[in-house]
Design a binder for this molecule. Structure first.
Ligand code: ADP
Ligand code: MG
Length: 254
């Protein structure tokens, strides 16, 4: 078999069995292997590594895309030093991801602009990098989705679909019009999710004000109880990032 025929068949087969990195690099790596006197195994290992890395990156990209997390809210654009030491330590532990295996929740509280959304989104990005299935939604959006499903008698189906995500982030919890029906579907989601999977929640409302969301004290207590039972609470007691940036700009201009 001539080397031309070998290449031709190899390229066809590698395409057929979907090994794009093998196809792209087998010749180049073979030249290097000869030059550097690498063993057959080392040559194969180099190609396998390239294939694996590309697949891993594609998987992460897919997970991030389907999660609907805002793309720019990663740790690359987040200044962790703005947070208190205790929170930074908590975040470091959370990034290991084992809280997801234990189906624990993260609840982030703090005044508007303190970085709750950005911080939890950045954690979600890291979880995607670990290969975890994440779903991001604003509270408003998920409540509307649940209401629509309920109206169409498909609430169970939607809850089941959502239960396939290991992590659900609900941003701005309680920030909806909150009539009784909205509150009810939100409570149904919490109850269904309880001990089934992690929830990451940001809220401007401290627990003491959650009666505004759930209307009566019993439901409020039941909702808080389910969320807090297995959870890590992050209290972001820092000034608004936006306000601080604006102040800095003003200071510079003067
Ligand atoms: P919250 O959800 O608490 O209201 P956000 O996370 O939406 O606050 O933050 C408000 C804005 O400030 C966003 O644009 C966010 O990217 C930015 N921001 C907040 N905290 C930080 C931080 N520590 N480092 C970088 N940007 C930040
Ligand atoms: Mg927010």
């Amino acid at each position: 078999m001539s080397s031309k025929d070998i290449s031709k068949e190899l390229i066809t087969l590698l395409k057929e069995i979907r090994l794009p990195m093998f196809r792209e690099y087998y010749a180049e790596c073979a030249r290097q292997a000869i030059q550097q006197e690498l063993s057959y195994e080392q040559y194969l290992l180099e190609l396998a590594r390239r294939e694996y890395e590309v697949r891993r990156l594609n998987m992460i990209e897919r997970l991030v895309k389907t999660s609907k997390i805002p793309l720019e809210k990663t740790f690359d654009t987040f200044d962790l030093n703005r947070l208190h030491l205790k929170i930074r330590q908590q975040v470091k532990i959370l990034l290991a991801g084992s809280f997801v295996d234990r189906r624990e929740n993260i609840l982030a509280f703090g005044n508007p602009g303190s970085g709750k959304t950005h911080l939890l989104c950045a954690i979600c990005h890291e979880l995607c990098r670990q290969g975890r299935r994440v779903h991001f939604a604003s509270c408003d959006l998920i409540v509307q989705q649940l209401l629509r499903a309920k109206k169409e008698l498909e609430l169970d189906k939607l809850l089941k679909k959502l239960s396939r995500f290991e992590v659900i982030m609900i941003d701005d919890f309680g920030y909806v019009k909150q009539d009784r029906e909205e509150m009810e579907v939100l409570f149904t989601l919490l109850a269904h999710r309880y001990e089934r999977g992690s929830m990451l929640i940001t809220s401007n409302l401290p627990f003491s004000k959650w009666e505004v969301i759930f209307k009566d004290p019993m439901t409020t207590a039941a909702a808080i109880d389910r969320l807090v039972h297995h959870s890590v609470v992050l209290e972001l007691n820092v000034p608004s990032y936006r306000a601080e940036q604006a102040k800095r700009r003003k200071y510079k201009d003067e």
